[in-house]
Design a protein around this ligand. Structure first.
Ligand code: ADP
Length: 459
């Protein structure tokens, strides 16, 4: 057990007093008491100074203090220092073992991990896949500037933008056939982790899936056209007993043809990331077309209203944007009970925030209905393929379950986003948000001369 510190010092003081007492007694006997006491005090002071000097030397030279057996304050000090240093050594050993284990774990990861200094953007450490996937060489590349070293990769802009949440998909340096997914993770104030994952296999599988769907859809097209053709040739009037069956067969073959067309449309959209041919999309003409389509679909069962306050055109693919918007309008008609309202609105984003330097922040095309609405738990999944709130209702209304997936893809290709707001029993709003870079001044001749600024079709 550790002896309490106070008694040790008391004992040292006791010994000091005893030494002085003995010296005084000897001094009295010899007739020089003060000289004897002074001599003894100096001797003891000298001994303590020597002990202090030895301890300082040992600490300076980082020698391990070996605790002596002699009792007293110096022994206690040695013992405490020895214990402190032993504890520190064992803590250091444990930390080194932990560090080794972490490094071994990071090295064993199949992903390339590069530790980067945030300020200088220099490489501090990387694991083995850092060499095989990114071509970094150890130890030459430790301390090298990351952007310069991985020159073929478009990292400079990405790092400068500081948008860590975004990932970057690039070909591996030295072997573009290997596709890498890069992610930047800030993990302390000054350190970043650059994680590079080989996604070639995943992309290959994804491509196979796309090709499969496209091929199957394509192969189904011809037999369906034949069936459709023959069904059209049969006159139900001549076969009264078969009329209900023929009607159902026609409906189902039409549904299947629509499904195949939607699958092919989705495959086409997925096969190319960027728009190839862009043009000014005349929004006056577009809104007028959407109104006519809504009215044709509705057959006077709804009030259809168009509101156009943007006085702008869009830049993109007219064909694709028309397909996206008419999907939303079609849904609004199909999921709104008779007598309901449908509003197609085109407005600038500044309606709420105000214009910045006279320019709108963006534009929104909204399709608003007073229909059945969608419960909140479904909203985030609506753009998944074949996701339906109610399968039977979607089928009955002629839906394929692919409409909103197509809308999402088309908007992504226009760097636009789809926002869905809905309340069960009150209706839904589907908003397509376009950025300022997609806006163009409205050309007067593009309105088609038929779309008024606000037009209403009575129910
Ligand atoms: P579908 O062809 O089935 O309509 P979509 O992808 O267009 O497929 O829509 C997915 C689902 O979202 C629909 O099945 C429907 O449940 C719901 N939905 C879409 N638009 C509306 C709307 N305007 N009102 C209510 N529900 C809607």
């Amino acid at each position: 057990m550790t002896p309490p510190v106070r008694p040790v010092w008391l004992r040292t003081l006791g010994l000091f007093a005893l030494g002085l007492g003995l010296a005084a007694a000897l001094g009295l006997a010899s007739g020089y008491p003060w000289q004897a006491v002074a001599l003894a005090a100096m001797a003891m002071l000298g001994w303590h100074s020597w002990k202090l000097e030895r301890l300082t030397q040992r600490l300076m030279l980082r020698h391990r203090p070996a605790p002596s057996d002699a009792p007293g304050a110096w022994h206690e000090l040695d013992r405490l220092l020895y214990r402190g240093q032993a504890e520190m050594r064992s803590r250091k050993r444990r930390l080194i073992e932990m560090l080794r284990a972490y490094r071994a774990a990071a090295a064993a990861l199949p992903d390339a991990i590069v530790v980067v200094d945030r300020n200088s953007q220099r490489i501090l450490w990387f694991n083995q896949p850092g060499t095989s996937l990114l071509g970094l060489r150890y130890p030459d590349e430790i301390g090298a500037p990351l952007v310069q070293r991985l020159q073929p990769l478009p990292l400079a802009h990405w790092l400068a933008s500081g948008r860590h949440a975004e990932t970057l998909e690039v070909g591996a340096p030295g072997n573009p056939a290997i596709r890498l997914n890069l992610r930047l993770i800030p993990y302390s104030e000054n350190l970043w982790l650059l994680v590079a994952r080989d996604v070639s296999r995943l992309l290959h599988l994804e491509q196979m899936r796309r090709d499969f769907v496209a091929n199957v859809s394509h192969e189904l097209r011809t037999p369906l056209t034949v069936i459709h053709g023959y069904l059209d040739m049969i006159d139900p009037g001549e076969h009264a007993e078969l009329a209900p069956m023929l009607g159902e067969m026609q409906r189902q073959s039409q549904r299947m043809a629509q499904l195949v067309e939607d699958l092919l449309a989705l495959s086409r959209l997925e096969s190319q990331d960027a728009l190839t041919a862009e043009e000014t999309v005349p929004m006056g003409w577009m809104l007028d077309t959407l109104r006519r389509e809504a009215m044709a679909l509705s057959q006077d069962r709804h009030r259809v209203k168009v509101e156009d306050s943007a006085d702008l055109d869009l830049w993109g693919s007219s064909r694709e944007l028309h397909s996206a918007f008419s999907n939303l309008v079609g849904n609004a008609v199909r999921y709104t009970p008779d007598g309901g309202d449908i509003v197609i609105r085109f407005r600038t984003e500044d309606a709420v925030d105000g214009r910045v330097a006279g320019r709108p922040r963006g534009a929104v095309l909204e399709v608003i209905d007073s229909g059945q609405g969608i419960a909140a738990e479904h909203l985030s999944r609506l753009t998944e393929r074949f996701y339906r709130v109610s399968t039977s209702r979607s089928r009955d209304s002629g839906g394929t379950g692919l409409g909103l997936a197509i809308v999402k893809h088309i908007l992504q290709r226009h760097q636009a986003r789809l926002e869905i707001r809905s309340q069960v029993g009150r209706g839904s709003t589907f908003s397509c948000h376009f950025g300022a870079e997609r806006l163009r001044a409205r050309r007067s001749d593009t309105s088609g001369g038929t779309a008024p600024t606000s037009s209403e079709a009575p129910a």
